[in-house]
Design a protein around this ligand. Structure first.
Ligand code: PMP
Length: 403
């Protein structure tokens, strides 16, 4: 086989479809977020970032930066090994206690990312619980899909957020062991699962419940424990999974649950056992971020106000966006080439950075700009964004929503 020709033909096809991903060459600057620098013609242009998952700007918070710097000074950079072989530190253990407390669980277990936490946990549970069937919401994230696939457990898809469909499918499975995997906030549409109903169905069928709260931890609930905390349901969910890389502004992933469940994953998950532990400074920074957001609702309130302001202004301008109850505002374009073009023009002419979201991240025909307002965006920046989108809507002859 001519490998090089194969690679370049496939890449050319992606470009043709408008689905080729291009990195934005932006540079984050301490204290400036959501403003970033972009190198252009030998100069640095200021751009406002509107698509960051550093939802609350915690990557810049003095407590978080301070904890990371201090721990690098005292511990050095890398962990130096897996958790089991020389990589464990007091910082990892303290962070796991912090996470268990956040979700009101007995224990927690850290991973190097949210992706790995889903992949490793589901592949372990699916392969190590004899005859288990995994019931997966059809819109679950790739990390869950891959983990389930790798486990080789029987997988049953249920219709997105449709607890009645889940109920029917669990019923049809008889009395074998069952695990139900779903998310709280779905990242691309920003819709929120009917968690209470799903939990009740799980309880009725004796199924193990597994929720991904990656887009909700730090953001929802009085202490940032996610939608399960906000709705008073965390104690009824067996396993809560989250990330340290989005609202907490650092990197890493975790699961929380009973001591036995976490110890089981710790003991059998290759994605936990055979990889270097997170740097201690990362663990310390994440812990500082969680501790801050447990005690402070200010960032969450400010963010909610910004989300409401942007939605109202988009409505007034007739820019179509998907309705949901979360902080994610999907502005619908519906065409991959236009989506990329609008994103490029926003960056080039308006100093606005919103990455286009195309297939396969979202279904074809639902291409969009995924906008995530944060507490650090101001009214002037919101007005600038809506003004630029309005101009582009007219320019690209996109249809407007009825205001
Ligand atoms: N779950 C969901 C729902 C996600 O959207 C993502 C990442 N976008 C992950 C898990 C993976 O988390 P991380 O970025 O920490 O690997």
């Amino acid at each position: 086989m001519d490998f090089e020709t194969h690679f370049s033909t496939r890449l050319a096809a992606l470009k043709e479809e408008g689905n080729y991903r291009v990195f934005a060459d932006i540079e984050r600057r301490r204290g400036a977020f959501p403003t970033a620098g972009r190198h252009r013609d030998g100069e640095v242009q200021d751009v406002t970032v509107w698509c960051s998952n550093d939802y609350l700007g915690m990557s810049q918070h003095p407590d978080v930066v301070g904890a990371m710097v201090e721990t690098v000074q005292s511990c050095g950079t890398g962990a130096g090994g897996t958790r089991n072989i020389s990589g464990n530190t007091v910082h990892h253990l303290a962070l796991e206690r912090e996470l268990a407390d956040l979700h009101g669980k007995e224990a927690a277990l850290l991973f190097t990312s949210g992706y790995v936490s889903n992949w490793a946990s589901l592949s372990t549970l699916g392969s190590q619980i004899p005859n288990v069937a995994i019931f997966s919401d059809e819109k679950n994230h790739a990390s869950m899909i891959e983990g389930i696939r790798h486990s080789r457990a029987d997988k049953v898809l249920w219709r997105h957020n449709d607890w009645r469909d889940l109920d029917r499918k669990l019923h049809a499975a008889g009395d074998r062991p069952k695990l139900v995997a779903f998310e709280s906030v779905y990242s691309m549409d920003g819709d929120i699962a009917p968690i209470r109903e799903i939990v009740e169905v799980c309880e009725a069928h004796g199924a193990l419940s597994y929720i991904d709260e990656v887009h909700a931890v730090g953001m929802y609930g009085p202490r940032g424990g996610g939608v399960s905390e906000e709705r008073g349901l965390a104690h009824r969910i067996d396993l809560i999974e989250g990330t340290l890389g989005k609202a907490y502004g650092v990197v890493g992933g975790y699961v929380t649950g009973s001591t036995a469940l976490c110890d089981f994953i710790r003991s059998f998950a290759s994605g936990f056992i055979f990889t270097t532990a997170l740097p201690p400074a990362v663990a310390a920074a994440a812990r500082a971020s969680i501790a801050h957001l447990k005690g402070s609702g200010q960032e969450r309130q400010q963010q909610r106000a910004r989300v409401a302001e942007l939605r109202a202004k988009l409505d007034r301008a007739g820019i179509p966006h998907m309705a949901n109850d979360s902080h994610i505002i999907p502005v619908m374009i519906g065409d991959p080439v236009k989506c990329k073009m609008i994103s490029d023009i926003l960056m080039r002419d308006h100093g606005i950075y919103v990455q286009p979201i195309n297939y396969p991240t979202v279904p074809k025909g639902t291409e969009r700009l995924r906008i995530t307002p944060g507490p650090l965006h101001g009214t002037a920046e919101i007005d600038h964004l809506v003004g630029a989108l309005s101009q582009l809507w007219a320019h690209c002859a996109l249809s407007r929503a009825v205001a």
